[in-house]
Design a protein around this ligand. Structure first.
Ligand SMILES: *Cc1c(COP(=O)(O)O)cnc(C)c1O
Length: 893
């Protein structure tokens, strides 16, 4: 990697703009209109550290004093090893108050992280200042989850100072990668949806888009999973226990958030005014996390809200001497953001979850409005300065909230407020599973958010009026498209509200976006066809190739003779031309072997088994869910086990040895998913301890799947499984990560698998099973059919109690009865085994296999999140990149 590239390119570009900005700033100064936020930026581009050049400054005593401040702040932290050593030691001594005799590995990690944060703050301030002064339109990415993964390595690599830090720490007696492992993972998300938000932040920063992320700072992230006697145990994850060096608490950025209370209408000079009064107040405090881009100076902001009691909490109770109940209220407020909810189990109707959503949305909109108001533009200009993206329906309450602010606070009429709102919002749908679509009971909404419920009713009234004009006298359609679902109690359909209140609605893969239109919102799609579009998900090549797989990355850079592929994955397509070079194929194979050996090492640490790194590594890692069909996988494993057991020595010679790896968490309340985990672990212990199997099959369940574990596992795969029942996985993103790392996919025609196939060619992917139309058809007919005899044998073995007790086995076996088999495991089983056989045959041809992986890696470039965010920027947000380029960099020393 070219370590000096950043500095050099900044200086070159800087020279070109220095004259322009010099002219502009002189003009501003001369006119006395220089903005109150004269920054390091303006001062440093004047090309001087000497105030003499600035006559106006000399004349102005106040500015003269400021100039000292500017010149000090216009210098950047140095990038050389000796300075870095000093910055780290400074933090050990002055921030952590440790002596040289009593600081341990974690302290060393903290001091290192704090010193990296210092330089992130410099660029972060400059970037935000620049966005403000350039007056750019910003996009706001609202997500209840950001699964960021560890920050230290990412920040060092994106800033281009990983090598210098490694060197500095070595000099101080520490190993950087050991310290990187000290970082607790911030698990502020469940899985794919939260990880997508994190990949998008990385790409947005790298491509210099002016975007803010907004979310919640949960005190307890995703639970830590332990496996005890084969069962999942959930341990609370208090990830902040030892402090978080990556966040800045902003006690200057707080907002009140209101709940409950009453709506009062007053008549002021013949004009009706609506007030929402009383109820409970909670305070939102901002925590800012800088998000650096790769090879750019830009650093974006991820603002997470934490709840706290209002400054004056129930003083009345306090005065009544009711001290304890007033403290009780304080604790209530603190509880609001304490825990992340699971997104993939049906834990609907939880009041605290709705409170979290509104809390997050209310604080975020107040913040966006405050930023907009600083521009002193008419409120109608909001759409030209802000685009708000809803990551799934979780922040949908933002739609009535913005309406409320525009109508009740800004005094706009309904129609104008509505148009402005719709033009500002857009919504990403992440699921077509009906049970996963958010609904909230009307009585709960009325109690918690009385004004919003009124507004939702009014949106619905006008919406249904439009619908009945388009489809006259059709009660059925009205019922289907109503934002309120009839029943006891009535429910608010959040996805429908999100569709009506947004100007763009996107699905996350081509098939999924079609299903969104045809299955989920057929009438909306007829009424407003132009609203709907597809943006296929992507993942960041920084974390998922460069950081997770340095061995492969250096092969890429060596053969492409540039590392530009890190920011332009299209360059990877040129790898295909090296297919005929044995040298290239050998290096690709060696990188894969190295990664498999690393995973083998981890397996031996965890389980004490030595696995053969020449075996085929077959991996399925993702949330445990029935539709993702880990069950199909483990049934296949049991079949393989039984097949090996009944094979003689001669037959065994032709069997390809396999190491099967599972990982993933089940929602704590999802009983069936937890049974599947129990069954998998039962199979692990039977198979791994059966001496008659030898090295032909080993099976492991790696506990506590998270981003860090994913970074270890994914580079080591030969095959990964993405075998959801067709039509049920919106996109999947780990399928993309695996192919980028030279693993092939065993998958169904579902989600992004379909587009991956189209891009990499059908000879480089193993596809099986019913397609989504066939699944719907089979469900409709629900015909009896004969189970494959091999599956019958597997079921028998489970029923015998070989792997788990009856309490676990029975509910699993009952789902395999054809008429109960909603997920089509029985129907897909034969073609699944065929595909597995094809994999074994293909793997025996070593060279052929490596060539396949090369083709796949070379052709998968479309699935970079850089491409995805560019599409959001162009097709939805209408925003432009705004790279900040410091003209001169002078270093602090
Ligand atoms: C990428 C990723 C996911 C999403 O995996 P899918 O297989 O697409 O469901 C979930 N969890 C983590 C930690 C990830 O990195």
């Amino acid at each position: 990697m070219d370590k000096n590239k950043r500095t050099l390119s900044f200086q070159d570009l800087g020279k070109q703009i220095v004259l322009i900005i010099y002219g502009l700033s002189s003009l501003f100064l001369a006119k006395g209109t220089i903005s109150p936020s004269e920054s390091r930026f303006l001062y440093s581009v004047s090309g001087t550290t000497s105030p003499q050049d600035w006559k106006t400054i000399e004349e102005d005593e106040q500015l003269r004093r400021k100039s000292l401040l500017y010149s000090l702040m216009s210098q950047y932290l140095s990038r050389d090893v000796a300075s870095i050593e000093r910055y780290i030691v400074d933090h050990v001594e002055h921030t952590l108050a440790r002596t040289r005799f009593n600081f341990d590995k974690f302290d060393a990690y903290l001091a290192t992280a704090l010193s990296v944060r210092d330089r992130l703050i410099e660029s972060w301030n400059d970037t935000q200042q620049y966005f403000t002064e350039a007056g750019v339109k910003r996009a706001y990415y609202l997500s209840m989850e950001f699964l960021m993964g560890r920050q230290l390595q990412n920040a060092l690599i994106n800033l281009g100072i990983h090598d210098q830090y490694r060197e500095a720490l070595k000099e101080l007696g520490f190993d950087l990668s050991t310290l990187e492992d000290e970082e607790p993972e911030p698990g502020l998300g469940n899985g794919g949806l939260g990880r997508l938000a994190a990949c998008y932040m990385d790409s947005l920063a790298t491509l210099n888009y002016p975007v803010w992320g907004y979310g919640i700072r949960y005190q307890y992230g995703m639970f830590e999973q332990k496996i005890k006697d084969g069962n999942q145990i959930e341990i609370p994850d208090f990830w902040l226990a030892k402090g978080n060096p990556w966040e800045m608490q902003r006690l200057d950025v707080t907002y009140p958030v209101q709940f409950y209370g009453n709506v009062i209408v007053t008549n002021k000079d013949g004009k009706l005014q609506v007030h929402w009064e009383g109820g409970q107040m909670v305070r939102a405090i901002a925590y800012d996390i800088p998000v650096p881009g790769f090879d750019t100076y830009n650093v974006l902001n991820l603002r997470l809200w934490s709840s706290s009691p209002p400054e004056e909490f129930d003083l009345e109770a306090f005065n009544r001497g009711d001290y304890f109940s007033s403290i009780g209220e304080k604790q209530m407020a603190e509880k609001l953001t304490s825990v992340l909810y699971p997104n993939d189990s049906t834990e609907a109707g939880k009041e605290l979850r709705l409170k979290q959503q509104y809390f997050f949305v209310s604080a975020t909109l107040q913040d966006i409005m405050r930023r907009f108001k600083k521009l002193q533009l008419p409120i109608q200009q909001l759409v030209n300065k802000a685009a708000i993206q809803l990551n799934d329906t979780h922040p949908t309450i933002a739609i009535p909230e913005l309406l409320r602010l525009l109508i009740d606070k800004e005094g706009l009429g309904w129609e104008e407020a509505w148009d402005l709102t719709v033009q500002t919002f857009s919504y990403t749908n992440h699921t077509v599973l009906p049970e996963a679509l958010e609904k909230w009971p009307v009585p709960l909404m009325e109690r918690l958010l009385p004004r919003h419920m009124q507004i939702i009713y009014e949106i619905n009234r006008r919406h249904l009026e439009c619908v009945s004009q388009m489809f006259p006298n059709d009660e059925q359609i009205l019922e289907n498209v109503s934002l309120i679902e009839d029943g006891f109690p009535k429910m608010v359909r959040m996805a429908s509200l999100a569709v009506v209140g947004s100007h763009r609605v996107n699905g996350v893969a081509a098939l999924h976006s079609e299903l969104v239109k045809k299955q989920l919102f057929p009438h909306f799609a007829v009424m407003t066809p132009d609203k709907f579009l597809n943006i296929t998900n992507g993942v960041t090549p920084r974390r998922w190739i460069l950081e997770a797989n340095p061995a492969l990355s250096s092969v890429f850079t060596r053969w492409l003779e540039t590392d530009d592929w890190i920011t332009d994955t299209r360059l990877l397509s040129q790898l295909e031309q090296f297919q005929e070079s044995d040298d290239f194929l050998r290096q690709i194979e060696e990188a894969k072997r190295f990664n498999k050996q690393q995973l083998a090492l981890r397996i031996s640490q965890l389980f004490g088994f030595q696995v053969d790194s020449n075996a085929l590594f077959d991996i399925q890692v993702k949330r445990i869910h029935e539709y993702k069909r880990q069950l199909l996988n483990i049934l296949g494993v049991i079949h393989r086990y039984l097949f090996i057991k009944q094979s003689d020595t001669e037959q065994r010679k032709s069997i390809v040895p396999r190491v099967v790896v599972f990982a993933g968490k089940a929602a704590a309340s999802y009983a069936q998913a937890k049974r599947i985990i129990r069954l998998i672990n039962g199979v692990c212990s039977v198979v791994n301890n059966d001496p008659s199997i030898g090295d032909l099959l080993k099976v492991f369940f790696l506990p506590n799947y998270n981003v860090s574990l994913a970074e270890e596992i994914i580079p080591a795969s030969d095959i990964s499984q993405h075998i959801s029942t067709a039509g049920m996985e919106a996109s999947g993103t780990s399928n993309m990560k695996f192919v980028m790392n030279g693993g092939l996919i065993l998958g169904t025609m579902d989600g992004a698998n379909i587009e991956i196939l189209e891009n990499i060619g059908k000879e480089n992917i193993f596809i099986f099973g019913l397609n989504s139309d066939q699944v719907l058809d089979a469900r409709k007919r629900n015909e009896e059919f004969q189970l494959d005899p091999r599956l019958e044998k597997v079921k028998q073995e489970i029923a015998n109690g070989t792997f788990c007790n009856q309490k676990v086995a029975e509910p699993i076996l009952s789902c395999l009865i054809p008429k109960n088999d909603f997920y089509m495991i029985g129907r897909d089983f034969p073609s699944y085994l065929e595909a597995q056989d094809a994999i074994d045959q293909a793997f025996k041809n070593r060279k052929g296999w490596i060539k396949k992986t090369v083709c796949a890696m070379a052709r998968v470039y479309y699935f970079s999140s850089d491409r995805a965010v560019e599409q959001y920027a162009q097709k939805i947000w209408n925003i432009e990149p705004a790279p900040f380029i410091p003209s001169t960099i002078s270093f602090k020393d």
